[in-house]
Design a protein around this ligand. Structure first.
Ligand code: RIB
Ligand code: CA
Length: 312
């Protein structure tokens, strides 16, 4: 069954691994990959997306997007992803990259209209592009069939004790998206992504596949594991797990909740909050992942990237 899809990301190490798993899936018709400031500045993100998609041997348009968040946060220069956003892994510059001449927020809307309510969107970075599209086009939420996003947490944070990076970078954008009325939103937050950790065993298996995507994935996982101490985490598959929610949903369990984002607190801006008592009229608006079957997820991710062998 064809699933029209847009991936909006801030490519970065784990975004890149998510892309390697997404592009070979038979059902996904990835209409565009849209780029957002996040792990590194947007120009580097867009360049990573263009280079990666050509390296993976797929022709998917890349759109440039938000250069900064709606919220007044600093542009994040490669914290745990390195200055290039791809750690120490180097891939060739694309020679024939497909670059859209339409900015991300507008392309999201154009494709949503074309797909007549069947479009699914995966966001694995700050939500700036989608929020801009929503504020420019009031009918967009009704045209999005499903939203999957990596962000937030029911409990905890990685930027402080209560905020996760993607939401922390642009809490206003996340508030706009979560309160926009999109009918089906799935949150894959730190509660589950911190348990989605790949191992040396997975690297060894990927190295037997013999494709650019699998070789890249092995090299990226190796960087994440060998630089775990300085990065603050190992091969944690935040973004690939959000893709897993869309493509192998039973690898996790979920709970429905009423959720909004704090964006006004000096110290709490970026916190995903359960607001069922404060805003009962809003929901439930979010299905949040609460547990993950890590061995099943690891198996799924290696298999998804190994599908590149069939595309040689
Ligand atoms: O907090 C993890 C998220 O922030 C991931 O999407 C990672 O790529 C960074 O964007
Ligand atoms: Ca990301």
């Amino acid at each position: 069954m064809r699933r029209p899809f847009i991936i909006d990301c801030d490519t970065g190490t784990d975004d890149a691994l998510m892309l390697a798993a997404a592009v070979y899936h038979d059902d996904l018709d990835i209409r565009a990959v849209t780029s957002c400031n996040g792990n590194v500045g947007e120009p580097i993100v867009a360049n990573n997306n263009i280079n990666l998609l050509e390296y993976f041997g797929v022709k998917i348009p890349v759109a440039r997007g938000a250069k900064r968040p709606l919220y007044d946060r600093p542009v994040n220069e490669g914290a745990c992803h390195g200055a290039s956003g791809l750690g120490d892994v180097v891939i060739p510059e694309a020679k024939n990259g497909l670059v859209s001449d339409v900015i991300a927020s507008e392309l999201i809307y154009q494709i949503a209209v074309e797909e007549k309510g069947e479009l699914e969107i995966l966001v694995t970075g700050p939500m700036t592009n989608l929020a801009l599209a929503i504020v420019q086009h009031a009918d967009l939420p009704g045209l999005i069939k499903k939203l999957w996003f990596m962000g937030g947490a029911i409990d905890g944070g990685n930027m402080n004790n209560s905020s996760e990076f993607n939401i922390w970078v642009d809490p206003i954008a996340a508030h706009i998206v979560l309160t926009s009325g999109i009918a089906d939103m799935t949150m894959v937050g730190l509660d589950v992504t911190m348990k989605a950790v790949m191992t040396e065993e997975d690297i060894a298996e990927l190295r037997t596949v013999g494709t650019p995507a699998a070789d890249f994935a092995a090299a990226m996982l190796n960087f994440m594991i060998t630089h775990a101490e300085e990065r603050g985490e190992g091969a944690v598959m935040h973004d690939a797990l959000a893709l897993g929610a869309a493509l192998d949903p039973d690898c996790m369990t979920y709970r429905s909740c009423v959720m909004d984002v704090e964006w006004q607190g000096a110290y709490t801006a970026g916190r995903t909050c359960l607001v069922n008592r404060e805003r009962p009229e809003m929901g439930p608006n979010i299905r949040a992942a609460v547990t993950v079957d890590t061995p099943r997820f690891r198996r799924w991710l290696v298999d998804a990237i190994s599908k590149s062998a069939g595309r040689q």
